[in-house]
Design a protein around this ligand. Structure first.
Ligand code: MRU
Length: 343
């Protein structure tokens, strides 16, 4: 077993031959339970409800949702594609995966061929993450660094290994990371509940911080890099990611801390010219007004709950994809990654 394998034991999305099994991320870290989806509708609902979350994992689950619709009745495919597409608005991996399945349908794929396509999407994501892990870890240099991450970008959010967390896994395995700090990621606590679970399972030294402690931590000198994932990267390098990422980028620039975004090319959307064009998901105020079913805010209070924000490209030092690394994306944009395809 390689160091990479030993740091990659979780699978959030599992095809079972005739249904899709999703690790229920609402219940982690204390309950490891799964839910089984037998229709595209059930998959779409699971995506909306955050049973499965994280941009690449959402796309993979949706692809399997298309397979479920094809197995049940190919006539339901157009409605299933529409329902799945509407499940969440910001992560473009969802639309990317559904467009890929749609092309396969247009080429005459039956349910078995669609299953092969969904499996390919899943396998390619895992391979991309492993490759990005190496590319991203090489950015750190030889002296062990302190890293801050946000939200959850690990095996739970992908086909496995993770994007930003994959870079952290690779960097730690190579001795390039001394300590990882994880922001708790209010209000859904992806950092506290999910990232700390993954890092602890892998015995990677990790310290949880309140999101509001990030600038204070950077000022202390403990952090060299902020490493985050993405839900959509626009053509100019502007990057949508979990709410709170933008303020981390501002604080990082102020303190001379470098800022890395790690995402597969399925997250890069050249048809979105800039962050202005990215729809930011607004979720129910209930997520902010209480926790674990327990109301924590006075009755009658209002709350605003955007769950993503956009970090402008000029605050990003490097974007790592499996196609290569874009340094200072504000200068070059993302199109260069695809230059070989156009040639
Ligand atoms: O609302 P979520 O949990 O789906 O948001 C997830 C994020 O913002 C992640 O940082 C992003 O999807 C990258 S996951 C590899």
């Amino acid at each position: 077993m390689t160091a990479t394998d030993s740091h990659d034991s979780i699978r959030a999305v599992l095809w079972q031959g005739d249904h899709l099994r999703l690790l229920d991320q609402r219940r982690l870290p204390f309950e490891e339970t799964a839910i089984d989806c037998r229709s595209a509708d059930e998959v779409a609902q699971a995506i909306t409800d955050l049973v499965v979350r994280g941009a690449p994992a959402i796309g993979i689950a949706a692809a399997w949702g298309v397979v479920l619709a094809a197995r049940r009745d190919p006539a339901t495919l157009p409605a299933a594609l529409e329902r799945l597409r509407a499940a969440r608005p910001t992560a473009v991996n969802l639309m990317w995966a559904l467009d890929r399945m749609k092309r396969a349908i247009a080429a005459g794929a039956d349910a078995d061929a669609l299953a092969a396509e969904a499996q390919a999407i899943q396998d390619e994501d895992l391979a991309a993450n492993r490759h990005m892990g190496e590319l991203g870890a090489a950015q750190f240099g030889d002296a062990p660094v302190g890293v801050l991450t946000h939200c959850n970008t690990g095996s739970l959010a992908t086909a496995g290994y993770g994007t930003a967390l994959g870079v952290i896994r690779a960097g730690y395995a190579q001795g390039r990371i001394a300590r990882v700090y994880a922001g708790e990621t209010r209000p859904w606590l992806q950092g506290a509940r999910l990232t700390m679970w993954e890092l602890t399972r892998d015995a990677i030294p990790a310290t949880l911080i309140a999101d509001s402690a990030a600038a204070h931590l950077m000022k202390s000198g403990a952090i060299d890099w902020v490493v985050v994932g993405a839900d959509r990267i626009a053509a100019n390098g502007d990057t949508a990611n979990k709410i709170g990422t933008y303020q981390l980028a501002i604080a990082a620039r102020h303190h001379g801390v470098r800022f890395m975004v790690v995402a597969p090319s399925s997250t890069v959307d050249l048809t979105t010219p800039s962050g202005e064009a990215i729809e930011i998901e607004l979720r129910t105020a209930t997520e902010l007004l209480g926790y674990g079913g327990q109301r924590t805010v006075v009755d009658g209070a209002q709350a605003w709950n955007p769950v993503f924000d956009v970090t402008p490209a000029e605050l990003i030092d490097v974007i790592v994809t499996e196609r290569g690394v874009v340094e200072q994306p504000a200068r070059r944009g993302m199109a260069g990654l695809y230059a070989a395809d156009a040639a």
